[in-house]
Write a protein that binds this ligand. Sequence first.
Ligand code: BG6
Ligand code: GLC
Ligand code: GLC
Length: 921
Amino acid sequence: MDSIGSSGLRQGEETLSCSEEGLPGPSDSSELVQECLQQFKVTRAQLQQIQASLLGSMEQALRGQASPAPAVRMLPTYVGSTPHGTEQGDFVVLELGATGASLRVLWVTLTGIEGHRVEPRSQEFVIPQEVMLGAGQQLFDFAAHCLSEFLDAQPVNKQGLQLGFSFSFPCHQTGLDRSTLISWTKGFRCSGVEGQDVVQLLRDAIRRQGAYNIDVVAVVNDTVGTMMGCEPGVRPCEVGLVVDTGTNACYMEEARHVAVLDEDRGRVCVSVEWGSFSDDGALGPVLTTFDHTLDHESLNPGAQRFEKMIGGLYLGELVRLVLAHLARCGVLFGGCTSPALLSQGSILLEHVAEMEDPSTGAARVHAILQDLGLSPGASDVELVQHVCAAVCTRAAQLCAAALAAVLSCLQHSREQQTLQVAVATGGRVCERHPRFCSVLQGTVMLLAPECDVSLIPSVDGGGRGVAMVTAVAARLAAHRRLLEETLAPFRLNHDQLAAVQAQMRKAMAKGLRGEASSLRMLPTFVRATPDGSERGDFLALDLGGTNFRVLLVRVTTGVQITSEIYSIPETVAQGSGQQLFDHIVDCIVDFQQKQGLSGQSLPLGFTFSFPCRQLGLDQGILLNWTKGFKASDCEGQDVVSLLREAITRRQAVELNVVAIVNDTVGTMMSCGYEDPRCEIGLIVGTGTNACYMEELRNVAGVPGDSGRMCINMEWGAFGDDGSLAMLSTRFDASVDQASINPGKQRFEKMISGMYLGEIVRHILLHLTSLGVLFRGQQIQRLQTRDIFKTKFLSEIESLALRQVRAILEDLGLPLTSDDALMVLEVCQAVSQRAAQLCGAGVAAVVEKIRENRGLEELAVSVGVDGTLYKLHPRFSSLVAATVRELAPRCVVTFLQSEDGSGKGAALVTAVACRLAQLTRV
Ligand code: BG6
Ligand code: GLC
Ligand code: GLC
């Protein structure tokens, strides 16, 4: 619309143009006036229909129903709570879009003390018309320029300024500082901004301007600023209403009602964007010919139809159209119009407000009309005042219908019979228009009688509210930086992973040669994977993982397994060796009885998932306990002998222990039964380890140079010589120190299930001490060792955020929704590092096999088992991705073992029995 001179009106030097036809007589003219003003009358039934239709659209949009497209947008903001009053600091606020062609910059100081206020300093700038309709970059450059100009004049510390951006147009917000403009409304139409993040555009412009280092921390709609800046009163202020150039409201909705959010707790502020409400059924009957003309001549015909009946940008224009019509009909100004009266934008909101104000004398109305180049008579002045009142009353009533819809929505969602609520109001129409708020309030009482509403005018146009949101956003951003710093050492890049792979290769080679190395590379005396000709019934034991099992394995053309899980109490795992092995034999006896096997001496394979130096298939000296075991008098002993001694003590059983097998080997054998290319076994469970088929010529200490032997790497101990120190974080050190084997199994402690939960717990403790989590409150439960189980990592990373919160609350952690997200990120960082380290290990192994065989490319399968690998949603894919990256010449297939290593132990036993028979024959 045209801009006008500083007095607000064009000087009336232009000539009048008068109707040629005769003027209507007095009765005709009063009919014409009546007919015209009648169009602006809205009945209660019509208002109720608008209220109901808007409520329907709001609820439809909340439910996420896309078709038919809801008539309002209901855009969630990232504001989750009304202010506590404790926010403090200095903030710059930039307001764009609320008040016509002006842009406002404010300096707001929050004192953190309720009731104590420091008046903001502010400056208003007029945005030139060509900028409002020009290129987006020009608009944002203009804003950056205004910011500098304002700040230049401020006697304030200008370092590290934090800015809140009040941007009053419909936007999709995806964070407190990320917001994409959906479409311009009101008088703006800058190119290249719709579909863009307006925060980024502002940041870019500030950078181009170069004068200040300003961080844009938050972006909010004006309604949100209005609500958040409301003085805390007796009742909560949970609605923000703006009637300025445009109109809109926001309110606090239950998050669980907002389908697009994955949240079932708490509240979120939703911007209704009711300006775009249009429903032919409800709005059609109240639209006048003037509304149609106004829409037709606007920048955005067909859009924002509701706003065009209420917003300040349009009220003056509606009055102008009515006056021009009445003049043309000869009812006003003796049938004469003026060029100003016929030009768009010549009557502004302030003129309407003034003319309608009963305290304004006739002389002032007269003067305003004269400035428009008109010569009003006494009756004209009165009629013009009626027109202004009719247009504004309708606006207030329609606005009331919309507000009543919001209140009904709030009442439904709170499931309350009655509602007491404060509505913060802002915008020039509310502030300066004499009767607007009283008509609004009266009409809301009629339309929503069950709601007790008090309207609270915002004090400084919402600037303080924007600063409040900015303060919260700044705190969250600082927390995020601390979180990032804390997690940075867990984020490994390609070079770091390649270095782990290379170190692993070196340690493997040394271990195989029998030199000092953190990798023991233990020969297992398993020389071949099964060939399918094995037959018979076998017993198997499986000790060292989450469960202790006894199994009966029947190998015919396939494999049939019957098994029983027994518990090993911690007191037994960490008691005396004799106690442990007696317990194992008790379990076997029980199993035999249950299976009707008593008295039979079946060949037995023993999966024993700890490092053993094997001297043959049925002899394994326990080198040291790992994981949670620490039974006395076992290290340095042959485990098979310990088992045989316990059997002798029990006398009741006879057992024929044929083989002792590590779980990695059992897993490889078990998968190898299905896929002959399976030459690697991998465990990622309570502990972690791998075995693979190595060329015998490379294995020192075992006679023979041809053929292969499976090597148990015992990679859990990788790095125990200090070689992983570069990667070890303070949290790894804490976990290690608190474990039963400090300094040992350092690789395992970064990867496996027994430790990841503990790493996470230590990180959470640290973040709490920094005030980043749980509002900085130290929580007793979190001090308890092992309270954060590794299975939580798998669960947390698989679930929706709200379920995550339920898990954490069950642990007694007092969470905010930001906390839940941060805990999730901690879990992700820890498990990602674990999977990548594991992948680097596998890459070292497959590359070794490829080079051993002198192949350009190797295709190989890895049999994998372990609760972490199987239950975690991303672990397996992260391992595979890392292997692809670090060993591009190997095509590696991962096979999940379904039957556990007990089956593999039985197969090893079967092979041994077959070979023994052969030698006997
Ligand atoms: C099982 C094996 O399948 O996987 C165990 O049978 C092994 O012997 C285990 O130790 C590893 O997983 P976890 O998670 O139980 O330690
Ligand atoms: C327009 C905008 C909306 C804003 C309102 C009041 O309707 O689309 O975002 O809140 O004007 O300024
Ligand atoms: C531990 C044991 C190892 C086992 C692994 C997986 O690292 O020392 O033998 O294979 O856990 O269970």
